[in-house]
Design a protein. Structure first.
Length: 475
């Protein structure tokens, strides 16, 4: 569109002696200064024939003249020159490295360094040129490169199990929660979150992958075949014991179990299902675990021993555990069955963090004296020789349980009475195990006779403790 000339508009008339595209002219009396105020333009170059003036060339006097005279900086910067106009040249490729002239035995000695990428550029060029003409050295170079690949430790694509704990710790240090999760509930929170991440990664078909649950019963191995979805249903029904103790809904609903024990509740849920459990079981299990963590955060203390709410009894049918121990028990079983699922679907899965593993081992060590007493009453464990009952709170014969690894520690297990106190002065045996190996023994996944890495002292006491540890397992 056309309109009246603006203040800054230049119009090409017969009386105009410049060119319409000239942008380097200045005001009268100061040729070459750019016009920034919209005044009359002056010719930008020398006069041509018939009074016509040629435009000034870039970089000429008009481009270099300023308001104060020749050589002054222009008031308006000129466009930057580009490489395309021929005034600038782009840098070329770096000069090629000329290979050195080396003898054959020297090049052969450099093959190892070349495979490790430890040669200088000149040496590498010489070796690579030589490999093109020497078949023997080329074959040796291939073998060395393959050996270097074997020396590199493969990195797992699975996340570090301690990553979530470290990230949460950093976040909570910056902004502490208004209602924190008690320390005794954090292992359960972490293990359910890790299992939920595993379940999120598997496909629909893998929910029906066969899984064999294993435990130790009557001094022998026992097992039950189910699916991945069946394992989650089992975890949900047993976690329901904690949920009921906290006043939450029972996942069994109207289903009635023969006895309020973990195995009976699981079997009742499986029998009541018209179809085998599918991935639909994940949503109620996940919601229940979140409700449990949220509820204990509101009702539980932040101390390691659980405080008042942490001592609330949770019934397992034939025995009870305080709430803080029941939460550790559920975290332990969640990890064990998550490993069962991971093995079934070929998924990498790491043990819990060392801090959480230590708490799980501590729970097992505290339960061992009571299990030993029950096995002794059932005739499955030997009595002390001579048989005697140690008064509650008094030191008695003890076994030193040494657990190695990130979750390790040292515990003295009283052998004569569940009320006795373990003591180093009354040590009669010493057993050393790896932390994960001990947990798998307590889960019934390792035979007691094959568990101990090192054992010294009373063989019968060692056998009794190892079998008692395996007896902690259940479906």
């Amino acid at each position: 569109m056309s309109g009246p000339p603006g203040e800054h508009e230049h119009r090409d008339t017969p009386d105009d002696t410049g060119t319409p595209d000239d942008t380097t002219a200045g005001p009268p009396g100061n040729p070459g200064t750019p016009d920034t105020l919209g005044g009359p333009r002056e010719p930008g170059g020398p006069a041509g024939p018939e009074g016509h003036r040629e435009p000034a060339a870039p970089g000429g006097p008009a481009a270099s003249a300023g308001a104060g005279g020749a050589g002054s900086a222009p008031r308006v910067p000129l466009p930057r020159a580009s490489a395309e106009d021929g005034r600038w040249s782009s840098p070329g490729p770096p000069p090629a490295v000329a290979p050195l002239t080396l003898e054959h035995h020297v090049l052969t000695s450099l093959l190892g360094a070349w495979a490790l990428a430890a040669c200088s550029p000149e040496e590498a060029a010489a070796v690579e040129e030589h490999l093109g003409v020497c078949d023997a050295c080329a074959d040796e170079a291939v073998r060395l490169r393959e050996a270097v690949g074997l020396l590199q430790r493969p990195e797992s694509l699975d996340l570090d199990p301690g990553l979530r704990t470290r990230v949460l710790k950093g976040c909570l240090e910056r902004r502490p929660p208004r209602i924190p999760v008690p320390g005794w509930a954090t292992p359960y929170d972490a293990e359910t979150a890790r299992l939920d991440a595993l379940l999120q990664d598997i496909g629909d078909a893998e929910w029906h992958a066969p899984v064999r649950l294993r435990w130790f019963e009557a001094d022998g191995a026992a097992s039950r075949r189910t699916t991945v979805a069946g394992v989650i249903a089992h975890l949900m029904t047993v976690d329901g014991l904690v949920a009921v103790a906290l006043g939450l809904a029972d996942p069994l609903g109207d289903i009635t179990a023969a006895v309020p024990a973990p195995a009976a509740r699981t079997e009742a849920y499986w029998r009541a299902s018209h179809y085998p459990p599918t991935r639909a079981v994940r949503a109620p299990w996940r919601a229940q675990s979140h409700d449990i963590v949220r509820t204990v955060a509101f009702t539980g203390g932040t101390g390691g021993s659980g405080g008042g709410a942490g001592r609330m009894p949770v019934s397992y049918g034939d025995f009870e555990l305080p709430l803080h121990d029941a939460m550790l028990d559920r975290a332990f079983e969640c990890w064990v069955h998550a490993e069962d699922i991971a093995k079934a679907v070929d998924y990498p899965y790491e043990p819990p963090s060392g801090r959480h593993l230590n708490r799980m081992i501590d729970l097992a060590a505290r339960m061992l004296p009571g299990v030993l007493a029950e096995r002794r009453r059932a005739g499955l464990a030997a009595h002390a020789a001579p048989a005697r009952l140690v008064a509650a709170g008094e030191p008695g014969r003890s076994l030193r349980l040494e657990i190695e690894g990130a979750g390790g520690g040292e515990w003295f297990i009283p052998l004569d009475s569940p009320g006795a106190v373990g003591s180093a002065d009354h040590e009669v045996a010493h057993v050393a195990l790896d932390d994960v190996e001990f947990c798998r023994l307590a889960a019934g996944h390792v035979p007691p006779a094959e568990a101990a890495a090192g054992q010294v002292g009373d063989r019968q006491a060692i056998r009794d403790v190892l079998f008692a540890a395996a007896s902690l397992s259940r479906m």
